[in-house]
Every structure is written in C-alpha cells, then in structure tokens.
Design a protein around this ligand. Structure first.
Ligand code: AMP
Length: 395
C-alpha cells in the first residue's frame, strides 16, 4: 500500500509518499509560505528536487498542488490518486484522550479540536491538514498519529506537577511529553541494534534537534520524559528556555515592563542556545563560534550538554539503571562533540564512548566501546516511516 504522510504546520506542510511494502520513500516535499504566497519543493525518489512558486492561499490549495505533483506525468511517482491507500497525519496533542493512533472520523476530529487548548499553535494547523485531505481524497482512510501518545504510559508520579490538584482536574494541567513518535521508533531500533530484548530493557532516548527532549523507556514503554504540558519544559533547546524557576517570569516582566505574553514569546522563541549565546540557534554556528574562541558560545554548549546529562542521570534513578542511551534528531545525529560531551558525564553508569565510532553523522551504529557496560547509540529518527507503519497497521 502507498501511504501519504502529512505533517501540517500553521504555514507549512511536509509530506512523504511511502510504499509500505518496501518502506521506500517514493517522493517527499515541503509546502512553505501557505497563506502568504506559496512555494513547493518536491523531490521524487532518485530525481532532482523541483521548486515551484505557486499561490497557496490555504492548506487545501497546498495539498491540491502536492497531489498534482505526485501524479504529474513528468515529476510524478504514481499514475492516479487511487493508488494512495491511506493518509497518516501527525497530530501534536492528543491530551489524555489518545494513548495510541486512531482512524480519523467525526468524533476523533471533535476530540482533537477539544485538545487544541493544550496546543493552540499546532492542533488547529493539524486539523486544517486533515480537512484539506478529506476534501481532496474523499473515502481514503486517514489515521492520526499523536506526538503525545507514546508518553501516556507515564505513571502519575511522573506526570503530576506540584500544583493544586484542581488544575489537573479542571484543565488537564499535567505533563504530557512530545516527540513520542520519535522516542518510540528510536527506542525500538536502539534495542534491536544493541541486541536487547525490548520487553526487558532500560533505554534513554535523547532527541536533540531544534526542539529537544529526553525520555526514559522501560520495557518498551515511556515512563518519563522531559517535556511537559507544552514543549517548553525540560532541556535547553534551540530557542526555548527549557526548565527555569517560574518566578523568573514575574521578575523579568516587572523589571522590563513587559506583558506575560511577551515573556512567553521570549521563553519560546528568543531563549535557549540562541538567547544564551547571542550567536544562533543552530549548533553548526555555535560550534564555529566556539572554535573561534567565543566564550559565550562555549558556555552555552557546556550548559546544553550538562542539562542533557542531568536528565539521563535522573532517568537512571527512575529506571534503576540504564542499558542504552540513544542519540537522535538534528544535533544528536550530526554532532559528535555534543554526544561526546554528554557521555563524558555518564562514566559513573559504566558508559564509555569510542571516539572513532562516535566520529560519524547520520548512520545507525553503536558509538560506545566494546566493553562499555551501558551502550551508547546513534539512531537516526524516522518519524514519517513510523507514522506510515502506524497508519498501515490501523487501516
Ligand atoms: P531538527 O530539529 O531535528 O531538524 O534539528 C535541527 C538542528 O540540528 C539544527 O538547528 C542544528 O542545530 C542541528 N544540526 C544539523 N546539522 C548539524 C551538524 N552537522 N552539526 C551540528 N548540528 C547540526
């Protein structure tokens, strides 16, 4: 079966067409600037990418252009839309309603709408993508795959905040966690590569990209993760602050005379390694600046790695030990120096990194020494493939 995987943002839409039998990507691409002007970058497998500037007043127009390209006589990879057997949609927040992926129907759409309060920037955009596909591909089964679902196995002690209980009961204020599709996929692959039985394993996944989170996966189930009610909690990220003393918000609002909306925007978009370094949110730029002797860039990189290592240490306590630590996402897959610095704190667990094996980018492999008690691994994430697999399993 051919599965179209859709990841819809407020002004963008990423897609992949995947053959579920061979798991090959037949085509992939990105629509940008939806509602502004519109640009489609389409890459059919084995061919050069094509950039098309075309008006995309809304997401339906964007999906329509994608379908045109997929079936195009020259750039297309299928003859007709009837070849698409199912569509898998990434949905950011499933609240407590969704502990696994579901086939989309009217009730599911209503429930995703009800979770929009918890992810006001993401869920409405995901719903627009679902509705656009339903309009253009009537009758094709669609599946919602939630970023939060994998973490629904967290026990209460991990997801409750130290707040009055009524906020949990009235508003669902608790820790949910995100990047679940990635944590699920990477923990399973890590177990396979490390030769562990997933049902008897203690794996920490470090998903470190522009957004970043760590998870503790015990016997294949998430028992803790660093993101919370929203993706702002936890690690220092590209532009997000991660954990801070909540009293800082009032303190800075008062000193700077700014509203708490402005402050939240600063915490989400102007903080993290970007705000700390004053250089960039991109680790390539940070590495370059540090190499040139920029002290703030060096301090930022050290603080980033230290925070990740502290979470790994905490999860060793949560699971009473660790068998493997897996690195994934943009930084985790591509930065040997970040992996090395994080692992430099983990010797007490019995983890020793192998500098030669670690000196790679974007390939699946063990990066610890042969005699390392705890394995370190590099596992490139593949959220689209994971979504396609879930979709096929449900339809
Ligand atoms: P993601 O959000 O997973 O797409 O990760 C994006 C981030 O990965 C970028 O912002 C960079 O910080 C980081 N990244 C990508 N390539 C490299 C590289 N070669 N070295 C260091 N960091 C990288």
């Amino acid at each position: 079966m051919k599965v179209l995987v859709i990841n819809c943002g407020s002004s963008s839409l990423k897609y992949q067409l995947i053959d579920s039998e061979t798991e090959a990507v037949l085509a992939k691409g990105l629509c940008e600037r939806i509602g502004i002007d519109g640009r489609l970058t389409h890459t059919p497998a084995g061919k050069d990418k094509i950039v098309i500037e075309a008006p995309m007043p809304n997401h339906t127009a964007a999906v329509s252009l994608v379908l045109e390209q997929l079936t195009d006589a020259k750039n297309g990879v299928i003859k007709s839309l009837s070849e698409i057997g199912a569509v898998g949609h990434r949905v950011v927040h499933g609240g407590e309603k969704f502990a696994s992926s579901v086939v989309i129907n009217d009730d599911v759409i209503k429930e995703i709408e009800e979770c929009s309060d918890l992810a006001p920037l993401h869920n409405p955009a995901n719903l627009i993508g679902i509705r656009a596909c339903q309009e253009l591909m009537p009758g094709v089964p669609m599946v919602a795959v939630f970023d939060t679902a994998f973490h629904q196995t967290m026990p209460k002690k991990a997801y409750l905040y130290g707040l009055p209980h009524e906020y949990y009961e009235k508003y669902g204020v608790r820790r949910y966690g995100f990047h679940g599709t990635s944590h699920s996929y990477v923990s399973k692959r890590a177990a396979e590569i490390a030769g562990l039985d997933i049902n008897n394993s203690k794996i920490v996944v470090c998903h470190i990209g522009n957004g970043a989170s760590v998870s503790a996966v015990l016997n294949g189930k998430s028992v803790d993760t660093s993101m919370g009610l929203t993706p702002l909690e936890g690690l220092i990220m590209g532009t997000r602050s991660g954990d801070i003393d909540p009293a800082i918000i009032e303190f800075i609002c008062h000193k700077e005379g700014i509203s708490y909306e402005t402050m939240l925007n600063i915490l989400n978009k102007k903080s993290g390694v970007y705000g700390m370094s004053g250089v960039s949110s991109d680790f390539r730029d940070l590495d370059a600046a540090a190499d040139e002797g920029n002290e703030r860039a060096k301090d930022t990189l050290h603080a980033f790695c230290y925070r990740v290592a502290k979470y790994v240490g905490a999860y060793a306590a949560a699971m009473n030990g660790i068998d493997a630590v897996a690195f994934t996402a943009g930084v985790g897959e591509n930065s040997p120096s970040v992996r090395k610095e994080i692992c430099s704190y983990l010797g007490f667990l019995g983890l020793t990194i192998d500098d030669e094996k670690n000196n790679v980018r974007g390939v699946e492999r063990i990066i610890s020494t042969d005699d390392s008690k705890v394995k370190a691994l590099l596992v490139p994430t593949n959220e689209e493939l994971a979504i396609a697999r879930e979709t096929v399993a449900l339809v």
